[in-house]
Design a protein around this ligand. Sequence first.
Ligand code: S3P
Length: 440
Amino acid sequence: MSKFIRINNKINNFNKIITVSGDKSLSIRWVLFSSMALGKSKAYNLLLSEDVLAAFDAVKKLGVKVKLAKNYCTVIGNGLKGYKYKKNIIINSKNSGTLARLIMGILIDTPYKIKIIGDKSLSKRDFHRIAEPLSKFGAKIKLTKKSLPLTILGNKNLHPIKYLENRGSAQCKSSVILAGLKTDGKTFIKAKKSRNHTELLCKHLDLPIKIKKSKNYDLIEIQKANKIKPLNYRIPSDISSGSFFIVLVALLDNSKLQIKNVNINSSRIGVITILKKMGVNIKFQNKRNYKGETTADIFVNSSKKLKAINCPSELNSGAIDEFLIIFLVAAKANGVSYFKDISELNEKESPRLKWGSKILNKMGIETVTTNSSIKIFGNPNLKISKKIIIKEYLKDHRIFMASVIAALAFGGTWEIYDKDSVKTSFPSFLDIVNDLKTSV
Ligand code: S3P
């Protein structure tokens, strides 16, 4: 039976300083870019979660040397054409959509057929969205019912494409950028705003990328790269991980938290903008620029009154991984909150819009949910006294962690299954919870 955690006590108020683990998007991108670089790249504070370890395994399969030392990791790349592997290799992307989709862009020129597989959750996700543009470059991609397992066979004569990315998917955008780096001629992408770590890394590495920004879309032009320089990087902490604890403070009385050195890239802080609109006290201090990214220490205080929100759709992509916990704030807010144009939530590790609504209903909160929106009828006096069981949610790490935050904030007796799911993105999550539990 899968391991579960039982929580039957609300957490006491606290005043703490914490550090959360390294950014997952940046960690996976560091492994992939370094694997194509010529020479040795070194990273500190890399997130050593299952998604990132799967990225290490993937590049090792492609003949790249990696080393995981105590305080740092190294990757020794052999250049853009330096992968060395036999026929019929299989890359197991496990739970990671980012790894599977980005590596497909990199494998656009693979001379041998490569099979990409994943776990049960990843094998239910949509890969047609990325197979389609990559096939236009000239690669041959075969999917199993629009998903994994898939095979990819590259092409020596790739041609550049014009691609409209309309969902706000950074994974699709990034995959096409990576394919563009291997293709003669100019690849053009018109991409709905989404996290821009790949573009910032390309700029930092002096790769041939041009970006024009407009309100809702970016126009990206990418050309073939001759070589990629090694990438030494100190990964900042992940705002998506920090947000679980920001929300916990927002839901408690008389608590304070400082989270050190978090990546506050403007394409990632939709959650902060939304929470501030809902009345949460959040401040950034010690803002710094790091290789094109912005980092800061985050300060959050309990708020006296949480307000409902009619959430503007422009904020969706910057908060895409945080909606489950934003819904918890809406559950305690005064009034009816409305989130729209969020059908992408059902494309994640589990159908998160459905699950978000299900968890709120179990908590006694009324919702009206469609395929792309949710209305949440908040209750500022919400206190739970019944038993709530959360299981069979495709081991979605964010469902597990959001449920733990709800249990700690609202009380009741919770049994939350698949606690190992935190290993996907935030292995120290429960250690931080225990640390906060034992402090005042
Ligand atoms: C990610 C992009 C987002 C996000 C995921 C990480 C990335 O996915 O949900 O957790 O690192 O590019 P989509 O591109 O599918 O929106």
